[in-house]
Design a protein around this ligand. Sequence first.
Ligand SMILES: NC(=O)C1=CN([C@@H]2O[C@H](COP(=O)(O)OP(=O)(O)OC[C@H]3O[C@@H](n4cnc5c(N)ncnc54)[C@H](O)[C@@H]3O)[C@@H](O)[C@H]2O)[C@@H](O)CC1
Ligand SMILES: Nc1ncnc2c1ncn2[C@@H]1O[C@H](COP(=O)(O)OP(=O)(O)O)[C@@H](O)[C@H]1O
Length: 493
Amino acid sequence: MITGYSVETIRRAEAALPDLLESGELMSRAARGVARLTSARMRDRGFRRVTGLIGPGNNGADTLYAIARLARRGFDATAVCVDPQSSPNVTAAAERARSRGARVLTGDGAEALTAIARAEVVLDGITGIGGRPGLPPFARPWVDAIRDRTWVIAVDTPSGQPVEGRQVVADAVFADETVTFGAPKAVHLLPSTEPTCGILTVLDIGLDLTDATPTVVRLTPDDVPVLWPVPTTEDDKYSRGVLGIVAGGERYTGAAVLASTAAVTAGAGMVRYVGPQAPTDLVRQTAPEVVPGEGRVQAWCIGSGLDPEATGEEAAEQLAAARAALASDLPVLLDAGGLDLLDGPRGAPTLLTPHAGECARALTRLGGRTSDLTRAEVEADPLEHARMLARLTGATVLLKGAVTHVVDADGPVHVHDEAPAWLATAGSGDVLAGLVGTLLAAGLDPTTAASLGVLVHGRAAEHANPGGPVRALAVAHAIGPTIAALLTESAQV
Ligand SMILES: NC(=O)C1=CN([C@@H]2O[C@H](COP(=O)(O)OP(=O)(O)OC[C@H]3O[C@@H](n4cnc5c(N)ncnc54)[C@H](O)[C@@H]3O)[C@@H](O)[C@H]2O)[C@@H](O)CC1
Ligand SMILES: Nc1ncnc2c1ncn2[C@@H]1O[C@H](COP(=O)(O)OP(=O)(O)O)[C@@H](O)[C@H]1O
């Protein structure tokens, strides 16, 4: 699990080490790390010239101290400062840099801009975690002077990019690599801004974040053996979890097959399917393990391919089963048409799995809006809209797309962006619903079930046909072997 933290949390962790903070030891550790990494990079590539861009805060001071170290190691090192007197830390660092043989320039005159243009490596110390989104005006000519081929290393964060991530700022620094201190921040981990950071190195400067709550979580394959509900000899099919699926109908029969197959291959103790005759017959043929009809379950997966407007006796019975499940105190996953059945918060664990269009529709319906929210608006800021839906419903929201976000009303966002784009194929959402439903039935909380399910879903798509197109049913069939591979690969590490 990789975790990213807010500026506030990082500042608190720094403040918990007052001696190291006040003596300058933290800054010295940061500068030493930046200088080591930069000098290794420069030696590898045969580079000689490095220029630091120095803003008015401690980020600038870190970078100046790193420039001092690089000068002492014999590199041709220059610092271009907005104002070497901007703070006592910057003043002291500028003195040190000069005394170690670095050139220290001020402003954006010809000499400064030439030093930036001629540099083989630029260290971006304009702003760090104290930076507001948008490049400070003083730094614009500096950033414009950087040549395309120059290797840009951001110190802590790429300046001008929002430290809390989310939206990329076009007129700001795009780094080839970033050295951050203590732990990643949201800007480094959110898929929207991650590309502005390049290669990320996290430098341990002694901050203790063990009890801190992250703002961003990225599960990795190593988390699967820790989180996956692996049965023991004490288990039977009921204790492993029975999932009830209310999905598909006369029109979208396939959704019933896909969700049921995914649940069976994901290792549900038992799967019950509730729906009209046509999808029931198909499920019987394709997944004979599934038990048709209602009965006791540990969680419900409702809505893939379900038409809430469908008429006829069988459809009415299926909708009544869905409504009864919603009224129960069992965990419920609501997908696609099932989302239309939710009127507000439930008293039991609830997971919504919309794509952007469904999220827009649910927010329009439940949010008391006068105008319709569009799919494009949700896609422009998926995290914000997922969070809005979670706050309106009290549910966990898994918002699907090339990037999948999993959020609750508060707390960290889980992000996933590693699934192959081949997964954008009809029916793959139904597979995800069955897979995640299985994890809910096994007793996982909605956030963990959702995040773990998304990781395995993306891996199963890759496993089903590495590097090529996949059909949803193949993804469902690949779930079992994918889980086995994830459990055994990690065990061998
Ligand atoms: N507190 C500590 O002991 C440590 C801090 N460290 C460094 O300190 C940095 C944070 O330092 P600071 O809190 O001084 O903040 P920064 O150095 O990130 O930037 C703050 C300064 O930039 C100005 N500024 C920010 N955004 C601007 C914008 N868009 N336009 C114009 N001006 C803008 C602010 O007004 C302020 O003067 C970290 O990123 C890290 O590099 C490290 O040395 C590790 C230890
Ligand atoms: N470009 C993409 N790259 C990777 N995964 C994607 C991409 N686009 C969509 N997905 C994933 O494909 C699945 C599609 O689900 P959904 O839209 O509900 O489809 P359906 O309703 O046809 O089953 C989701 O898991 C989503 O996250």
